[in-house]
Write a protein that binds this ligand. Structure first.
Ligand SMILES: [Zn+2]
Length: 352
């Protein structure tokens, strides 16, 4: 195995490990913590929930409700007491734990009023307490256990490739997107990267329609189907991409437009705070040849009908391009993003 690169000193708020997830969950008093499943490797997958949406009982699934042209038969959000639901998921890929850090600090903030660095984010806390919030801070604990350190800030692009996507049997880097040429990848690898659970499954690309899916993916789809979130995000790290969000492939145009509106609001706040953020234009990748994949956010969207997006964080690699965030900018991009997403839905439903 490649030598394990050392972590640079990390800020007090930088919480990304399996143990730190457990520690944050121990703080939860105002919400509920449920172990929803065990991962393929036998590690617990936890869900944290604050509040309730007050959705009335449904009479149809999404497909049937839309077929009837009555989406309210699936999720009737017209009641005066309806509270929007925001669903956030961290660490779908084990080497992409920037969002997990933000989510664990959000839990700390809701429970104690300060984050792990002792900083207050009163506006975020006030908004977060008004929504129905569902968090799965680490949906791929197996993948996280394949990463033997706690930050990619200051590490090399090759470190990311080795530890996140892993290596083939001959020791060469599996790479991206080539690592997706084998699924499950386990029989083909020497080093099983953070991308994958212990069975070598990349949760972004499972056999969603009628096939066997991993427990982590099941946990995510369960929430989308049962809780009908107004907005769902999978936090990813995108090497040194400028922080951005990718809308839902094979998603309804309406959901893509909503995503674009939110992105512009996030961008405005990031600009004001000196944090780099990129607005991605509304996509129509389905028209490409070959077409784009139907991936986990696509599957989520077809359970609940609302925007289900990928957030791509910058990971602070030292040698990959010119956009290099430090821990503070990575953290700030997530805190601003979470604040604006929650604000958007509270406004949409007339709650603020
Ligand atoms: Zn990813």
């Amino acid at each position: 195995m490649r030598a394990i690169p050392k972590d640079m000193p990390t800020p007090a708020y930088w919480k990304t490990t399996l143990k730190e997830v457990e520690e944050a969950l121990e703080l939860v008093k105002g919400g509920t913590v449920t172990k929803v499943y065990d991962s393929a490797g036998g590690r617990p997958i936890y869900k944290v929930e604050y509040g309730t949406s007050n959705l009335p009982e449904r009479t149809a699934n999404l497909s049937s409700a839309l077929g009837a042209k009555h989406p309210e038969c699936y999720a009737d959000k017209s009641g005066d007491d309806y509270i929007p639901t925001i669903f956030m998921v961290g660490c779908t890929h084990g080497g992409e734990f920037e969002g997990t850090c933000a989510m664990l600090n959000l839990i700390k903030l809701i429970e104690t009023g300060t984050d792990y660095a002792g900083t207050r984010y009163d506006e975020l806390v006030e908004l977060a307490k008004k929504v129905h919030l569902i968090l799965i801070p680490m949906v791929n604990p197996d993948g996280r256990s394949h990463i033997p350190f706690n930050t990619f800030v200051g590490k090399s692009f090759e470190d990311l490739r080795y530890f996140n996507q892993g290596t083939w049997k001959d020791g060469t880097l599996a790479g991206w997107p080539e690592c997706k040429m084998k699924h499950p990848i386990l029989p083909y690898v020497d080093y099983l990267g953070g991308y994958f659970n212990d069975e070598g499954v990349n949760m972004m690309h499972e056999d969603f329609i009628g096939g066997k899916i991993s427990t982590g993916t099941q946990a995510v789809l369960d929430v989308c189907r049962n809780d009908a979130p107004d907005f769902s995000v999978l936090f990813h790290g995108g090497s040194n991409s400028t922080a951005c969000m990718l809308d839902t492939d094979y998603g309804a145009k309406k959901a893509k437009i909503e995503t674009f509106e939110i992105a512009n609001l996030v961008k405005e706040k990031c600009d004001a705070a000196g944090v780099r953020y990129a607005v991605v234009p509304i996509s129509n990748y389905e028209e490409r040849d070959p077409q784009v994949s139907f991936n986990l956010p696509s599957a989520m969207h077809h359970c609940c009908g609302t925007p289900c997006v990928t957030f791509e964080s910058n990971q602070g690699l030292c040698d990959h391009g010119t956009v290099i965030y430090d821990h503070d900018e990575i953290y700030a991009s997530h805190m601003i993003y979470m604040t604006e997403v929650i604000r958007y839905y509270l406004k949409k439903f007339g709650k603020i």
